[in-house]
Ligand binder design. Sequence first.
Ligand code: NAD
Ligand code: MN
Length: 355
Amino acid sequence: MRVHKIAAIPADGIGPEVIAAGLEVLEALASHDGGFKLEVENFPWSSEYYLEHGHYIPEGGLEKLKTFDAIFFGAVGSQQVPDHVSLWGLRLPIAQGFDQYANIRPARVLPGVNSPLKGGEDIDWVIVRENSEGEYAGHGGRAHKGLPIEVGTETAVFTRAGVERIHRFAFELAQKRPAKHLTLVTKSNAQRFGMVMWDEIFYEVAADYPDVKVDRELVDAVTTRMVLKPKTLDVVVATNLHADILSDLAAALSGSLGIGPTANLNPDRRFPSMFEPIHGSAFDITGKGVANPVATFWTAAMMLEHLGEDAAARRLMQAVEAVTADKIHTPDLGGKATTADVTRAVCDFIRASTK
Ligand code: NAD
Ligand code: MN
């Protein structure tokens, strides 16, 4: 029996609701597949925990996390803690501390889901987000706070090593897809240093992947292309900030932010990778039992794939697609189902399909 150790960090808002749903579905898969077992440990690190203890991650916390095969993360962010404090307190120390430099965000319209876009069924993208540096490197400062001469800087930091590895990762991913097409997204007309370096390194790396078709788009222009010509995009590689924005748009164009999954990968597997839905804490629906768990299920499938459980990953996606095709939808997709209804339907399908 293969055993995978999972660290669950549900954290804030709807995080605990969708992670509980995700674990339920994973448990149904494990117990009805027979090939593997998940050992899940729950970590209580959240904004509530922060308000009580003064930190999100306790001393030795990252060391402890290192002993797991994967991290299953909910969302962090609370109305009681400034967003930059919560993000830098929990999610970024894990993603950056474990060198999870490749953030993978697939987007497609699942069966039975309506895209707000005419021609939305053409969406079949993977957004590759640089996840270790760039605009979220944490460099900058503020001076003369509150005075008329106040200055604030937010410096994007790009390194050759960091840029080259994300491009290489994106090319390898594009190479495995039928369309073998990679679009480079930057803003190298207005930003003439780091962004121009991104462009140059991209074409250097491209020489090693002659079978991948490439093109390039400025980040503002690519938003219009996503809306007007969705079929012309396949894999997109972009910086930490740009891809963060593009992937929320991609999820919304695929039907809802409640659908989009994420893998934060440490490709060399020195450290555990982290899997999370794209969405945040969603204060407006927290505690109402209506959060869409599909993003978390899709995320769980990506985690299974990473753990080498490809068959279980495929079965999970089959179950999810059967349930969306049946229009068992939460309100964000125009339905009346609860988180529990969708979870139950997915678990039922898994059990029925493995009898
Ligand atoms: P959000 O993703 O929490 O919510 C945006 C909108 O999408 C809301 O209307 C929400 O109800 C809806 N939504 C999101 N997930 C949904 C789901 N599963 N089912 C149905 N509807 C869903 O983004 P926000 O409002 O910008 O941020 C709220 C908090 O979350 C902030 O504190 C922010 O910093 C944090 N945040 C955290 C992460 C993360 O942990 N990775 C990501 C984004 C935002
Ligand atoms: Mn985001």
